[in-house]
Design a protein around this ligand. Structure first.
Ligand code: GLP
Length: 268
């Protein structure tokens, strides 16, 4: 089944230069990506069972697709209801027509929201075609601040060596808040492939900041496949620093990493 690497939370003072406590996250390694999906879906369903009006931060990307698939199945089987949830997306491209199939709004509709009983009035995602960027950032961050604490923040991790969470690219500080971020070259190279032509791909996004993410009561990071192995190793074994924003998750006392064997392959 699973290998449990460390127990959470074990406090230690590591290399983080602001002298904040650094924790050892719980790391669960599954033999298959299907087990990762099931674990994540079960954790979400359990949270809703405990607190039907939970506040969630939810991700997009290929990683959580099958988790959403399992949530939809659970809904159809009568095992989960999403009607009282408040949902914040982690991030969204800007500028972009929200009806573009590569927008995160389209993703959420296609993979989750159109198939369950979520109340769309309680779904918050930055508007990708907002004409006033500053105002949109303020609106989203205001709504998020009003709804904190998020009960469960579910995250993926950026590809290759990006180590981004949301779109908090390298250089993002641990106290960063919701803002516009220009995409790293490496991120753009991977993400622009989801657009019909790279010229039409947005060069930036609105993202929850690291500090927004760290305010959640619980954080679940999902990573699958060998393309995430370097980043996971850097996140968990390297220094806690802005050159790998995902390493800031070690400043949170209640974070679980769920990994398949491939994503965990460089962890000893
Ligand atoms: C994008 C998103 C991230 C996500 C990452 C990984 O860059 N901004 O929030 O974690 O992609 O995506 P995938 O799961 O497709 O590898």
């Amino acid at each position: 089944m699973i290998t449990e690497l460390t127990q959470n939370p074990e406090e230690s003072r590591a290399s983080y230069d602001r002298d904040l406590p650094v924790y050892h996250p719980e790391v669960l390694i599954f033999d298959s990506s299907e087990e990762v999906d099931q674990f994540a879906a079960d954790l979400i369903i359990d949270q809703i069972a405990k607190k039907p009006n939970s506040v969630f931060t939810l991700p997009t990307g290929s990683t959580p697709k099958d988790v959403y698939g399992r949530l939809v199945e659970a809904y159809r089987a009568g095992a989960a209801s999403f009607s009282d949830l408040t949902i914040f997306n982690l991030d969204e491209y800007w500028p972009l027509d929200p009806s573009n199939p590569a927008s995160y709004a389209s993703y959420m509709h296609a993979n989750f929201l159109d198939h369950v009983n979520a109340n769309l009035e309680n779904w918050h995602i930055p508007q990708s075609d907002a004409s006033d960027l500053a105002q949109e950032v303020e609106k989203f961050s205001g709504e998020l601040a009003m709804s904190q604490p998020v009960n469960l923040a579910v995250l993926g991790i950026g590809p290759a060596t990006t180590c981004h969470i949301g779109f908090n690219e390298k250089g993002s500080a641990d106290d960063s808040r919701t803002r516009y971020v220009a995409l790293d070259e490496e991120t753009f190279a991977v993400n622009s492939a989801q657009f019909s032509s790279p010229e039409t791909a947005p060069k930036g996004a609105i993202t929850q900041g690291v500090a927004d993410i760290l305010e959640a009561r619980k954080i679940l990071l999902i990573a699958k496949g060998k393309s995430k192995a370097w980043g996971i190793n850097r996140t968990l074994k390297g220094s806690v620093s802005a050159d790998a924003p995902s390493s800031f998750l070690r400043l949170h006392p209640n974070t679980t990493f769920v990994l398949d064997k491939e994503a965990a392959q460089y962890l000893s």
